[in-house]
Design a protein. Structure first.
Length: 214
């Protein structure tokens, strides 16, 4: 029996579904947690071939019913096939890696021709979680999850996210703010979206790998 209390990451990330190309047939979920995204996607796109890699043994076991293949281990991993995946998903993963540049290189190697990387990254410029406590109280307090998750090793703003991908040879197709709180949407509209970089807690990035990696 799986000890569900030992599972730390159990979010289905349904807000990322609209970013998946409709023609995608293969997907790799890097850091899949308990597999909630895989189970959701399996229900909506039953013909997709779904792979995942997860370093936590309890979570990896829980994810097995959401994917065709679950690899227990750290990313990158030599068991991941080259040039196979139409989509590689890194949902709030890259900021947990000490050298995310290496992870990007591995993603490029595993991406199929015409494939994409779909990543979500927390926005450290967020006013509510980061800037207000920092400016008003002088605090930078780590938490169990969220933008200031205590396991985050890298921090990004919208601009530095874009630079991170382009400096590593990736072509950024789109960057879209996600998961803004309902009450902050009014501020967004009233500011003609000029304050959006302070309101979005995360960004979804679609990027294409360097052509030299093919």
């Amino acid at each position: 029996m799986i000890d569900e209390t030992a599972i730390r990451y159990d979010f289905d990330r349904r807000e990322l579904i609209p970013f998946l190309p409709p023609t995608a047939h293969t997907l790799l979920d890097v850091g899949c947690g308990s597999g909630a995204f895989g189970r959701l996607l399996r229900g909506r796109k039953p013909d997709m071939e779904l792979w995942a890699i997860e370093s936590d043994p309890v979570s990896a076991r829980a994810a097995e019913d959401g994917f065709d293949h679950v690899i227990l281990g750290d990313f990158p991993d030599q068991r991941i096939p080259d040039g196979k995946f139409d989509v590689i998903l890194c949902a709030d993963v890259l900021e947990h890696i000490a050298a995310p540049e290496i992870a990007l290189a591995a993603c490029a190697k595993a991406t199929a021709p015409g494939g994409i990387l779909l990543a979500s990254l927390p926005n450290v410029r967020n006013w509510r979680v980061v800037l207000w406590p920092l400016l008003r109280h002088g605090t930078w307090t780590y938490t169990q999850r969220g933008i200031l998750d205590r396991t985050h090793l890298r921090f990004f703003t919208r601009r530095s996210m874009h630079d991170f991908f382009t400096e590593n040879g990736w072509s950024v197709v789109s960057m879209t703010g996600i998961n803004m709180l309902r009450r902050e949407k009014l501020v967004s509209v009233l500011s003609v979206h000029l304050l959006d970089d302070f309101l979005f807690p995360q960004y979804a990035i679609i990027a294409r790998p360097p052509t030299s990696s093919r």
